[in-house]
Design a protein around this ligand. Structure first.
Ligand SMILES: [Zn+2]
Length: 284
């Protein structure tokens, strides 16, 4: 099952009526542009996310873009000029920090899950070449309207799906995605992923096997959702971990196509110069 979600948020640092008026005009033609900074740069925030189920069907939602191959698909950020580019993190930030909320799990199961989450980030780092830094636990639960307030760049929360408003179904195992910022102005235009989030359905994920390997495992759900939190979208190939449904024949961890997609949005893609006035700060 595939579900897309888009959010727009207003940048708090407005100054001047002229800029505000400009924003209104821009907003009429391009609803995703919702804020402007004091130097004339405009910024917008978008999220794209996916929900995942065991045994569900792949149904719609995949956008055919230049970044899609048969084995990986990368979420696309649309710039002010209309050009689309890969939605990716700036691999040159010191680290991508993460915090973990395991409050939906029985206390006896939290240590093992934390270990799996940390090991999954290590695998993600090996695939992207980027540095991820664990900053501890949190009580934060990602929701559609609070992503800019995350206490770390990525939050992984294993909680009841009732605690979030991402559209999860009775069969959902998790929900993951990114929040990116786009900008344009005197410094040119660009986009960067600024936040990522993973919600694991606590009751459902406990029923899966622990450890790494093929099939119906907690680790494969976590890696899949971390793929979303890195900018990957679903693919129709069952051989990839980014196939939208976890099955008994799901690959062990990231497969060849997943790794190709993660490499494409990783360190080798080069630094992104994020303007200082982008309102979502680098927390590293
Ligand atoms: Zn998914």
């Amino acid at each position: 099952m595939v579900t897309g979600a888009q959010r727009q948020r207003t940048r708090p640092a407005w100054s001047g009526l002229a800029l505000a008026a400009l924003v209104v005009v821009v907003a009429l033609f391009a609803p995703q542009f919702a804020g402007a900074g004091p130097n004339g740069n405009s910024q917008s925030l978008r999220t794209l996310a996916s929900t995942d189920a065991v045994g569900g069907q792949l149904s719609g939602g995949l956008q055919k873009t230049a970044a899609q191959t048969s084995s990986y698909s990368i979420m696309q950020a649309r710039l002010n000029s209309g050009k689309t580019i890969d939605a990716r993190w700036n691999p040159c930030q010191t680290a991508i920090t993460y915090r973990v909320n395991l409050s939906g799990l029985p206390k006896a199961k939290r240590a093992a899950m934390l270990k799996t989450v940390k090991a999954s980030f290590k695998r993600l780092s090996a695939a992207t070449g980027m540095t991820y830094r664990y900053k501890g636990t949190t009580s934060f639960v990602p929701r559609q309207d609070n992503l800019t307030k995350q206490p770390a760049e990525i939050v992984v929360a294993a909680v009841s799906k009732k605690r979030t408003d991402f559209p999860m179904t009775a069969r959902s195992l998790g929900y993951g995605g990114v929040l990116w910022s786009t900008w344009y102005g005197s410094q040119g235009e660009g986009a960067a992923v600024m936040r990522g989030y993973v919600v694991l359905e606590a009751a459902a994920i406990q029923k899966l096997k622990t450890g790494f390997g093929r099939g119906l495992r907690q680790s494969n759900v976590i890696l899949h959702e971390l793929g979303h939190a890195t900018g990957l979208d679903h693919v129709s190939s069952r051989r990839q971990q980014m196939y939208p449904t976890l099955t008994a024949s799901s690959p062990s961890g990231f497969a060849k196509g997943d790794l190709a997609g993660l490499a494409r949005v990783g360190k080798k893609a080069g630094c992104i110069e994020v303007p200082a006035n982008v309102s979502i700060s680098d927390l590293s």
